[in-house]
Ligand binder design. Structure first.
Ligand code: NAD
Length: 470
């Protein structure tokens, strides 16, 4: 592999050079080779494994993540995807044979996955390692080159990603461009062959507009308010435990965290008691002292979250410390449905609880808002579960648990409507970063004269032939 010197600083000229070099490199066809893809993915895997401690440390510095959480939700998550891609890329990349109508005799038809070319991955700060590298696994397995733009709001992870990638990979193939909005916009001004963006809905629209200028296909992994319904007929203990975990992991800064609870009024008090119990059992009497509760990413988000605390009645929690970017896991009720906390994505450790009398009220409330990224329902009643799944829409759904649907690589993960476009993980990541090229390969054996002018058949006959050969 030839190594060229590229200016990875985010000046426009540097970025133009970078993309041009990647385009030239892609056009050599090297990245299409399956052995090359496996070799590069193995290299990335080794690099991650060798630098596991440094990655965990960077995540602690950026978000004060506990090492268990850092490994389970970030490092380990990416390694699982990488290992799966390394083992399966040969199979995934094979042409897929499909049928051919009889009137096309003699021919064969297949769908051939082609890499798009030069791709861009833009990541957010909340899972700054996972959400940067999980899409990259898809881009690499599909045979593309990649430009990675980590989030400037998780500077330690961003710096480490840049060091690991830029010191070990040929920039013509894979490169990290660090920076914030100006760098992101300088990248978006250029023509890529595919853009994968994870972040907020507002920025997602900016990315979509920038991509439209070049007709570049996109995946937009966005956010939103993910509802969580609790039916009266549920396993109270597991329900509360799983919700408290899913809400407060990463201090609620998870795109698919349950944003608000819709609980059958008959069990609201019991659910609240159990929530309080598990918050205490996970994080102790004073969660600020717990090593398991991460911190809010910065002052701006701290101030935004703190302002929500005055919008209802605090049932439990509510303590804050700006110097420590700490917000206590908080349960809240009595807020107006028009208040900002019920209009905006919360993205922090505050859980609003709303009681409903009829399941249809909960369904109507969900349907009155933008389509969420995730929908949760806790119930032992399959009829009610099916009704909710049938009558609502969401990027994905998880029944009787929270977040765990993201941990099954067989389930494509993505949003719908305001929560995003496209889905990835496991084989879906490969598919997403591949153009599925349809190929019809005809034989020279025979050449049916029917289709050529002057036409010998009338409409009735061709109609019969086409119906018959379907
Ligand atoms: P963000 O949209 O502010 O930033 C994401 C990335 O876009 C960053 O790299 C940033 O530098 C860049 N960016 C920011 N403003 C930009 C602009 N004006 N022009 C071009 N680029 C810009 O998101 P965030 O605050 O980092 O992350 C939080 C959001 O991401 C939440 O809404 C959350 O729900 C969502 N999210 C979604 C998923 C998912 O998988 N669907 C995962 C994590 C986070």
């Amino acid at each position: 592999m030839s190594v060229v010197t590229i200016n990875t600083e985010a000046d426009t000229a540097g970025i133009k050079d970078l993309i041009k070099a990647q385009r030239n490199y892609f056009s050599t066809g090297v990245t299409k080779d399956i052995a090359f893809r496996k070799q590069q993915m193995n290299k990335l895997k080794k690099l991650i494994e060798e630098n596991e401690d440094r990655i965990v440390e960077a995540l602690h510095k950026d978000l004060r993540k506990h090492e268990f959480e850092a490994y389970a939700t970030e490092v380990g998550f990416v390694l699982v995807d990488l290992k799966k891609a390394i083992s399966n890329v040969g199979k995934w990349a094979k042409p897929r044979k499909v049928g051919t109508p009889l009137f096309q005799f003699k021919a064969k038809s297949y769908v051939k996955p082609d890499p798009y070319g030069v791709t861009l991955v833009i990541a957010p700060w909340n899972y700054p390692f996972q959400l940067l590298f999980a899409p990259v696994v898809g881009a690499m397995s599909a045979g593309n080159t990649v430009v990675l733009k980590p989030s400037e709001l998780a500077p330690h992870t961003s710096k480490l990603a840049a060091e690991l990638i830029n010191n070990n990979f040929d920039p013509e193939y894979m490169v990290v461009v660090e920076g914030g909005i100006p760098e992101s916009q300088a990248l978006l001004a250029e023509r890529f062959d595919y853009i994968f963006f994870t972040g907020g809905t507002a920025v997602g629209k900016i990315v979509y507009q920038a991509a439209a200028k070049h007709l570049t296909p996109v995946t937009l992994e966005l956010g939103g308010k993910s509802p969580c319904i609790i039916d009266k007929d549920t396993h109270l203990k597991y329900t509360a435990k799983r919700i408290v975990w899913g809400k407060f992991v990463n201090a609620g800064q998870t795109c698919i965290a349950p944003d608000y609870i819709l609980v059958d009024r008959k069990i609201k008090d019991k659910v609240i008691e159990k929530f309080k119990h598990y918050i205490k059992s996970f994080y102790g009497d004073d969660p600020q002292q717990s090593e398991y509760l991460p911190r809010i990413i910065n002052e701006r988000h701290f101030d935004r979250l703190k302002s929500y605390l005055s919008e209802g009645n605090i049932i439990s929690g509510g303590r804050t410390d700006r110097d420590d970017l700490y917000i206590e896991p908080t349960l809240i009720d009595g807020m107006s449905l028009d208040s900002p906390i019920m209009q905006e994505e919360i993205f922090g450790p505050i859980l609003p609880i709303i009681a409903y009398d009829k399941l249809s009220d909960a369904i109507n409330m969900i349907n009155g808002k933008s389509k969420p990224l995730a929908l949760y329902m806790f119930s032992k009643n399959n009829k009610k579960i099916n009704r909710v799944l049938e009558e609502t829409t969401a990027g994905g759904a998880c029944i009787n648990d929270t977040l765990m649907h993201i941990a099954n690589p067989e389930l494509p993960f993505g949003g719908v409507g305001d929560s995003g476009i496209g889905a990835y993980h496991g084989e879906s990541s490969f598919e997403l970063f591949s153009h599925l090229k349809s190929v019809l390969h005809r034989s020279f054996l025979i050449d049916d004269p029917v289709r050529y002018a002057p036409y010998k058949l009338g409409r009735g006959t061709i109609k019969k032939i086409m119906d018959w050969t379907l």
